[in-house]
Design a protein around this ligand. Structure first.
Ligand SMILES: [Zn+2]
Ligand SMILES: [Zn+2]
Length: 226
């Protein structure tokens, strides 16, 4: 009796080990070469690219000074303008390349060469793409695109401030840090310096967290991680 070899997810970003040095990929979903997590992430990334494309456009308009006051630098906004413009054309170029591959291999009609239409087209082809040998590259390129477009659209690093209070998780020795995103307030939050991924609260919970958290003199240098 033969057992079929397990197909593992082919995304180069699947289940990285803690130190990001090695891969420990999850099993692929039935009929896919990606695991469910990477397949869902590809869908999320694709969806967010349509929005980031518009956000980059907004960043370009801001950079030209139409909406914001000039901040006193010698060439206000110019580098940002170029970075955001570059991110936008990269989104279209990369998505068009993947759409082109689908069109060629499936013999179907090509979408319009614009961000929204390309995203819709690729979302509709995700079942097919997720079973394609190049699916891992797609995951990798989408992640790169999203991160570059995000940095281009929102270039200000978040400000981090020690709040002088203990993490609300009693077994945790962490202290609370306020993370303020000036150009994207909805991302501002309170997080624990030891386990920021799990111990975090939205900014509208600040008053409740403040009432519940114990004051602590513990102060650690504030890291720069986003
Ligand atoms: Zn995976
Ligand atoms: Zn904590």
């Amino acid at each position: 009796m033969k057992t079929l070899p397990a197909v593992l997810c082919c995304s180069p970003r699947c289940a990285r080990t803690e130190d990001k040095a090695a891969l420990d990929p999850r099993p692929a979903a039935p009929g896919y070469v990606l695991c469910w997590t990477c397949r869902d992430r590809a869908e999320e990334y694709l969806t967010s690219l349509a929005r980031l494309y518009l956000d980059c456009e907004a960043a370009m308009i801001r950079a030209t000074g139409l909406h914001d006051k000039v901040s006193g630098t010698s060439s206000p906004g110019l580098p940002l303008n170029l970075v955001a413009a570059e991110a936008r054309s990269r989104i279209v170029a990369v998505l068009a390349e993947w759409a082109g591959m689908v069109v060629d291999e499936r013999g179907i009609d090509a979408p319009k060469r614009e961000a929204g239409a390309l995203v819709d087209f690729l979302l509709g082809q995700l079942r097919w793409l997720g079973a394609h040998p190049a699916a891992g590259d797609l995951c990798d390129e989408l992640a790169d695109l999203v991160h570059a477009a995000d940095r281009a659209a929102y270039p200000s690093p978040p400000r981090r401030t020690q709040l002088g209070r203990r993490c609300l998780f009693t077994e945790c020795g962490g202290v609370l840090v306020g993370v303020v995103h000036v150009d994207r307030p909805e991302r501002s939050r309170i997080e624990c310096d030891l386990d920021p991924a799990a111990h975090r609260w939205a900014r509208d919970q600040w008053m409740a967290v403040r009432r519940a958290a114990k004051v602590t003199p513990v102060a650690r240098p504030v890291g720069m991680a986003a």
